[in-house]
Design a protein around this ligand. Structure first.
Ligand SMILES: [Ca+2]
Length: 269
């Protein structure tokens, strides 16, 4: 029992020290910039191997940083079913409707803390929302535009979560956009990380890739990276969330955590 109390005390101290440090920096892009993120890119020589593709299939030839932007309240003429922005005032658009086999990468490395633990199951979570918009020229699968999201444990490079789809991939419920464009409405992801990732560094990578033959484009909207639930419900888009409301929520959470710390201190005594 004594060890158990020590563990509770240690966890509570960790929570108190890191309550405001949940992953990721500028995870919702509300700074209207890519502050905290690293953009990169290159060109797409095609996916290696045959379906089903994974991160091991992704190849990027060295090249310039690909296009990326922040979008607000706007309509996507290629994907009329996507409501923008997804949450808050800004959503990131990784790659764009230009062609030439361009790849854009978005990366951030951060440390998982006790603040990222969901009390519902006691495990750290990584949540975000994404919506790919990919032209579908009906090339071979390895030549199609694609998107890819992966979370790796930096220590051993192991994959904690990944999601991949090429344009028109069987089994993926793409909706028909304008012309030959296909898209998915915003999909909310809730990746449960192993308990052991608390205190460890994770690297998140998002990739949006044109087709490898050079004539067709692909991009992906992403928003809401963090351990908290992505606001606004099931991917239908939301109006702007006033900042004071978030501040009040933060204060409430902080108060609850501090109350929890007090309780654990009392238990220790
Ligand atoms: Ca946002």
């Amino acid at each position: 029992m004594r060890n158990r109390f020590r563990l509770i005390a240690a966890v509570s101290l960790l929570v108190c020290a890191s309550a405001s440090e949940a992953v990721f920096t500028n995870g919702g892009f509300e700074q209207n910039s890519f502050a905290g993120w690293t953009l990169g890119g290159g060109t797409n020589p095609g996916l290696a191997g045959a379906p089903p593709f994974t991160g091991a299939s992704v190849q990027i030839n060295p090249g310039a940083t690909g296009p990326a932007s922040l979008v607000g309240a706007t309509a996507d003429p290629r994907a009329p079913g996507i409501v923008l922005p997804r949450v808050g005032r800004y959503t990131a658009k990784i790659n764009d409707e230009g062609t030439n086999a361009i790849v854009t990468t978005l990366r951030q490395t951060d440390t998982v803390t006790a603040a990222d633990i969901d009390p519902a199951d006691g495990l750290p979570h990584l949540r975000f929302s994404f919506a790919p918009v990919l032209d579908d020229p009906s090339h071979s699968p390895e030549e199609q535009p694609y998107f890819y999201v992966v979370v790796r444990n930096v220590a051993d490079n192991s994959v904690l979560f990944e999601q991949f789809a090429y344009s028109g991939q069987p089994g993926v419920t793409f909706q028909q956009g304008t012309g030959t464009w296909k898209f998915l409405p915003f999909q909310n992801v809730d990746a449960v990380l192993p308990a052991g990732t608390v205190g460890q560094q994770i690297e998140l990578t998002v990739i949006g890739a044109d087709c490898s033959l050079g004539g067709h484009a692909g991009y992906v909207y992403v928003d809401g990276f963090g351990s908290a639930q992505v606001g606004g419900g099931a991917g239908t888009g939301t109006p702007a969330v006033p900042v004071p409301a978030l501040d009040r929520l933060g204060m409430l959470l902080m108060a609850l955590l501090l109350a929890g710390c007090g309780l654990f201190s009392w238990r220790r005594a």
